[in-house]
Ligand binder design. Structure first.
Ligand code: E4P
Length: 217
């Protein structure tokens, strides 16, 4: 499973990228607001740093304007993936941009039928939002499972990009189901390293090592 980082925080992306943990980046208008940066400037910086798709989202809601925005964003760098919402106008925009050879991430997906439409419209990625479904007491992982089955049934090439990931457990479940990609905030990716038995084991080893009176260097 590929790891995308869900942030526009350059320092956080850099740190994970140096560890080889970054296969791509996703941003959205809320994340751009949080970063407090100009969208074109920060997206260009991220795209130059990361060797993989960098999603930048349109904010128009009507097809013609969405298309203009999408084409504009796509010019920022060759690895820009234009993000469009899962609306009828978004699907129209997805089709045109995909036909032009631009990568498209169809976002705000909350049903298998929406995912089916996005695949038909030629989306590179479909972003089902796990956490936001969990928030309304619907199991977000069931959606990932359904989309995986439907895409496999018909050999759709659209990649499942599990989004709105809130925990390390979400990462594990998405990987078990076979999501192609998971996008998560930096703290969730870093949280995957944690295990109490690792910490306890390390403490015990260091205590015994001290008793030997030895030094490695
Ligand atoms: C990803 O592309 C989405 O922008 C993101 O995962 C949304 O996450 P949230 O529901 O935690 O805001």
């Amino acid at each position: 499973m590929k790891f995308f980082v869900d942030t526009a925080d350059i320092d956080a992306i850099r740190e994970l990228n140096e560890l080889g943990m970054v296969d791509g980046v996703t941003t959205n208008p809320s994340l751009i607001m949080k970063a407090g940066r100009d969208i074109k400037e920060v997206t260009a910086e991220i795209a130059a740093m990361v060797d993989g798709p960098v999603s930048a989202e349109v904010v128009a809601t009507e097809h013609d304007q969405m298309l203009k925005e999408g084409r504009h964003l796509a010019k920022i760098a060759p690895n820009i993936c234009v993000k469009v919402p899962l609306t009828w106008d978004g699907l129209k925009t997805c089709k045109v941009l995909s036909d032009e050879g631009t990568q498209v991430n169809v976002t705000l997906c909350f049903s298998a039928n929406q995912a089916l439409l996005a695949a038909k419209a030629g989306a590179t990625f479909i972003s089902p939002f796990i956490g936001r479904l969990d928030d309304i007491n619907v199991d977000g992982m069931d959606l990932i499972r359904d989309i995986r089955e439907i895409y496999d049934n018909f050999d759709f090439k659209t990649q499942i990009l599990a989004a709105s990931i809130r925990s390390a457990n979400h990462m594990k479940e998405a990987a078990l189901i076979g999501a192609d990609v998971a996008t998560a905030p930096p703290n969730v990716i870093q949280g995957m390293v944690k295990h109490p038995l690792t910490d306890a084991g390390l403490t015990a080893f260091l205590k015994d090592w001290e008793k030997t009176g030895q030094k490695i260097l």
